[in-house]
Write a protein that binds this ligand. Structure first.
Ligand code: AMP
Length: 564
């Protein structure tokens, strides 16, 4: 298939903001899509491989500018000038390609296969001469591209497709294309996506084998799956009301989620963002090998930091650096030790545990995990329908430096990827939100040269809406344990979409936890709300922009606050 056909689809999809229209457009496209071009589905999400694959395109704006320059013969400076004007490198590339096409007629035809072939070479390039090689791979595509193709090629390369397409829209389009928008079908497709994290494979099975085959998609040990997520309630009473009598209560540990796969000799560790972090935690691999029985399994756990001297638990932010750190691991491992709290099991010795009731899964965990405190243990759990006992347990969790409790229905199944009503979290009413940074402003005086004020956004479906600015909680001093302006500036700069005076607009990538005192209505921000006294608590490298606080959650919290 020609890449032009896909570019035309992108164009159609971005011509409407209405979800139903997008679904209609995409489902007619998918009906006609030949199986050999199924990997187009990765491109639709701005990717080149399945979501779980760590190979991403990752081209900087600077390299894209160089490639446009090489392909069109127009100097970098002129391209940068155009970019400042329009704020969209894709549009710049389209315009300049159009101008060039009037002079030289191109005879090459760009196919999807060729585009994927070149893009897939990019993440594999390392070492000397990488930049040059990347540049020629991109330029080769750009010189054959039509103006419309150039627009979407550049946007794909810099990771800013701007077609407003979410995974859920693709799910509905597959449902509409092959199953007549059947409600049940959507659910089955979603389950298949959450199990495989491979949208192209799901498309193929849906098209070829229908719902019957989709349902049969097995869990694969070693391939990351999306975890089950909890809903929030504000009291234990509310928790019992929602869950009924048969409730297991556990600490809500203040760490990060770690999903542990073992298949024969091989052990792999994934975060909830599907990132493979096995190398970062060699001690966990050892604990699993030593203290967990079974040939193959998938465990759902929380990794919790503790003080190496006092052995007391530490808050997440003090160990968060371990997730990304890829060098000096041994040293960091000694300095920031972690304990694994196993709270669920998804697969065991050749058998999926997804449909087993939680109680049975808990029993299985206790059978196979040999508790070694400060290494690996199963999560502390009480089974009760007594509010008083639950309150006591909650208090104990807070005294143990944990975040609160999880209340879980003992009969419930495990639903990958869903925020379910049968697993509830309760935290004290200190208010915090996970938000994404979407803009920033350069500071003055002591902070000049650094970005010093950060615009925060919550999510509303596939849009990000501003909800406030934060400057406190971040420091100038290195080594205080807090995030520094320098570090944030360094992270933010490569994400710049637009720069005007001292303000920058950036791609929504950096997720942070913000505490605040109050939510107010506000005309100043696109969400219609503002946070009073926001304070930066921590970077959340383990979280996705999909996981951040939504506008409806903000509204709910605002409503509760008023009642209080
Ligand atoms: P939140 O991140 O506030 O939405 O809370 C849900 C998170 O709490 C999960 O993703 C886990 O990482 C974490 N967690 C801590 N302890 C438990 C537990 N006992 N059961 C389930 N999740 C837990």
């Amino acid at each position: 298939m020609r890449y032009q056909k896909l570019a035309e689809l992108y164009e159609k999809l971005s011509s409407t903001t209405k979800r139903l229209e997008k679904i209609e457009i995409l489902s007619s496209f998918l009906k006609e899509l030949p199986e050999e071009d199924k990997d187009v589905l990765y491109l639709l999400l701005g990717d080149i491989y399945p979501e779980y694959d760590e190979k991403k395109i990752g081209i900087s704006n600077q390299l894209a500018i160089k490639a446009i320059s090489k392909a069109t013969g127009i100097p970098n400076a002129k391209i940068i000038q155009e970019w400042k004007f329009s704020g969209d490198l894709g549009e710049v590339s389209k315009k300049l390609t159009k101008n060039k096409k009037q002079v030289t007629l191109q005879s090459h035809v760009l196919t999807i296969n060729k585009v994927l072939e070149n893009l897939r070479k990019l993440p594999d390039l390392v070492g000397k001469g990488t930049i040059g090689k990347k540049l020629s791979l991109i330029t080769e595509l750009l010189t054959s591209a039509t103006p419309l193709e150039a627009l979407y090629l550049i946007r794909t390369l810099i990771g800013d497709l701007r077609i407003g397409l979410k995974e859920s829209t693709i799910r509905e389009s597959i449902s509409s294309a092959f199953f007549n928008k059947d409600k049940e079908a959507s659910k089955i497709i979603q389950e298949a996506i959450d199990k495989t994290n491979d949208i192209s494979a799901v498309f193929e099975i849906a098209k070829e084998g229908g719902l019957k085959e989709l349902k049969k998609i097995p869990l694969v040990v070693g391939k990351p799956i999306k975890v089950m997520l909890a809903q929030k309630v504000s009291s234990i009473k509310e928790g019992f009301k929602a869950l009924g009598e048969n409730v297991g209560i556990e600490y809500k540990y203040d760490g990060f989620r770690l999903i542990i796969h073992k298949k024969e000799k091989e052990i792999k560790l994934f975060t909830r963002r599907l990132e493979n972090v096995t190398l970062q935690f060699p001690e966990v691999v050892e604990y699993i090998r030593e203290y967990v029985k079974g040939d193959s399994f998938i465990l759902d756990t929380e990794a919790v930091g503790f003080d190496k001297e006092t052995k007391e638990y530490k808050p997440f932010q003090e160990i968060s650096q371990r997730i990304k750190r890829k060098y000096n691991i041994e040293k960091l491992q000694k300095k920031l030790p972690i304990e694994i709290q196993v709270f669920d099991i998804i697969y065991y010795n050749g058998k999926s545990q997804l449909k087993e009731p939680f109680k049975k899964r808990t029993t299985l965990i206790k059978k196979i995990v040999k508790n070694h405190p400060k290494k690996i243990v199963y999560a502390k759990q009480i089974i009760t329908n007594n509010e008083k006992k639950a309150e006591e347990f909650y208090k104990k969790s807070l005294e143990d430096n944990q975040e609160g409790i999880m209340m879980k229905n003992l009969d419930a199944v495990y639903q990958p990827g869903s925020r379910v009503g049968h697993m509830l979290k309760i935290k004290p009413e200190e208010r915090d939100f996970d938000l994404v940074i979407t803009g920033a402003e350069y500071g003055t005086g002591k902070r000049s040269g650094w970005l010093s004020s950060f615009i925060l956004s919550c999510r509303d479906k596939d849009k990000f809406l501003e909800i406030g600015k934060v400057g406190t909680g971040i420091t100038e001093k290195v080594g205080s344990g807090k995030v520094t302006f320098e570090e944030l500036t360094r992270k933010i700069k490569p994400l710049t979409i637009k720069e005007k005076d001292r303000q920058v607009t950036i791609k929504p990538k950096i997720v942070v936890t913000i505490t605040y005192q109050e939510i107010q209505k506000s005309q100043n921000y696109s969400s219609g709300f503002a946070l009073r006294f926001p304070r930066f608590t921590t970077l959340r490298p383990d979280r996705n922009t999909k996981d951040i606080t939504t506008l409806s959650e903000v509204k709910i919290d605002y409503g509760k606050q008023k009642r209080n």
